[in-house]
Design a protein around this ligand. Structure first.
Ligand code: SAH
Ligand code: SF4
Length: 382
């Protein structure tokens, strides 16, 4: 049976090498060839013995999801649709900025959590992505963008010999965010294995502070992440009280705000940053009044945090409207006056539907969303 080496994390690849009778250092060589140099053809892995290259060619492949379409928006934002199997597709977005390049990746085909304002949530859920499908997004984008990913920290650790071998290589992707399709913490093991690869110096060498998991608030999995692989955390809060959050983010009925904030406090004990980023979508007339902002200030008064206000990105039949710029400004001012660092997310890639919450992909829904209640959907995600 052929194995896909993109499915292996650092440990898995070492185990695979042991199985085929190779020493652990071969795993490090393979990691570098596959993830740093983006090489998929074993014949090109010049420092591996010919016998090993032939053995690998007979038993393994390096295969990422296949690109179906590629669009570039007027602001430089780039969106790819990737096929993960027949009928299912995921989306991935690259956002270039002056000082960084952020790749926004998906963790599931669809999402079972059914937030009412989210296009992915509306489409239902098919399955978790495999490790190869998650890390394969970074692997592929890295190649497509013509550079090697990495943070300044990793850059300084590049040895001289490598620098000579690949002069002038750029680092197009400096940051990765799990803000595409799906709830990353509902696909815990595969996401954690992909995170290990993102951070490993033999693979992508990204800094923990530059890899962000965004969650709608799966409390037990937040604790697991803290123990297993603490990276930067963004929490989709979206409401200042349980009554409203129950409506917008149905999983709140299972993990209400008080429990969520307690999990944030625990996470901060191991987090690479000393604050949690709260994402707050701005929905006209729903959660965007000055009194909501004041309630929010009270709610988070004991939690070190920053706010990221996200103007709602519309999609067909959403039933919501984006808050006016004036409402966003007033809301931000209340938070700022209370001493909370608050940014308003710029809407990127508008003309190609690449903004947050607009990623649609192709989802063969298995949850029969329309026939089911939110309660049943939550049961299914246990
Ligand atoms: N499931 C995770 C990560 C993917 S969603 C989560 O919910 O955090 C990434 C971000 O996009 C979340 O903050 C989510 O609330 C936000 N989002 C979803 N739909 C949106 C929309 N239509 N407009 C703007 N942001 C949206
Ligand atoms: Fe899932 Fe996040 Fe969309 Fe909610 S906002 S449905 S958790 S992808």
């Amino acid at each position: 049976m052929t194995v896909n080496l993109l499915d292996f994390g650092v440990e898995g690849l070492t185990g695979f090498c042991a199985e085929i009778g190779e020493k652990p250092f071969r795993a490090r060589q393979l990691l570098r060839w596959i993830h740093q140099s983006g090489v998929a053809d074993f014949a090109g892995m010049s420092d591996l013995a010919k016998v090993l290259r032939e053995k690998l060619a007979a038993t393994a492949v390096v295969e990422s999801p296949r690109v179906i379409s590629d669009h570039i928006a007027s602001d430089g934002t780039r969106k790819w649709l990737l096929s993960v199997d027949s009928g299912n597709g995921i989306e991935m977005v690259f956002i270039p900025e002056t000082n960084r390049g952020t790749l926004c990746i998906s963790s599931q085909v669809g999402c079972a959590l059914a937030c009412t304002f989210c296009s992915t949530g509306r489409q239902g859920f098919n399955r978790n992505l495999t490790v190869a499908e998650i890390i394969g997004q970074l692997w592929w984008a890295n190649k497509a963008l013509g550079g090697e990913s990495g943070s300044e920290e990793a850059e300084s650790s590049v040895n001289k010999q490598e620098a000579v071998q690949s002069p002038g290589r750029s680092r197009a992707i400096s940051n990765v965010v799990f803000m595409g399709m799906g709830e990353p913490l509902a696909n815990f093991e595969n996401v954690a294995t992909a995170l290990d690869l993102m951070l490993d110096d033999n693979a992508y060498g990204l800094s923990r502070r530059r890899v962000t998991v965004s969650t709608s608030g799966l409390v037990p999995a937040m604790d697991r992440l803290r123990e297993r692989c603490p990276v930067a955390l963004a929490v989709s809060l979206h409401a200042p009280n349980d009554a409203l959050r129950d409506q917008l983010v149905p999983v709140n009925r299972k993990y209400p705000i008080k429990e969520l904030l307690a999990a944030c406090q625990r996470y901060l004990q191991s987090a690479p940053r000393d604050f949690i980023t709260f994402e707050y979508i701005m929905l006209d007339g729903v959660n965007d009044s000055i009194s909501h902002a004041r309630e929010l200030v009270q709610l988070v008064r004991d939690t070190p945090c920053k706010f990221n206000l996200i103007p709602f990105n519309p999609f067909p039949h959403s039933g919501y409207q984006r808050s006016s710029p004036e409402a966003v400004r007033l809301f931000r001012d209340v938070l700022m006056q209370a001493g909370l660092v608050t940014t308003v997310r710029k809407t990127r890639g508008d003309d190609i539907a690449a903004a947050c919450g607009q990623l649609a992909g192709q989802v063969l829904d298995k949850t029969r969303r329309v026939q089911r209640t939110g309660h049943e959907i939550m049961q299914a995600t246990r």
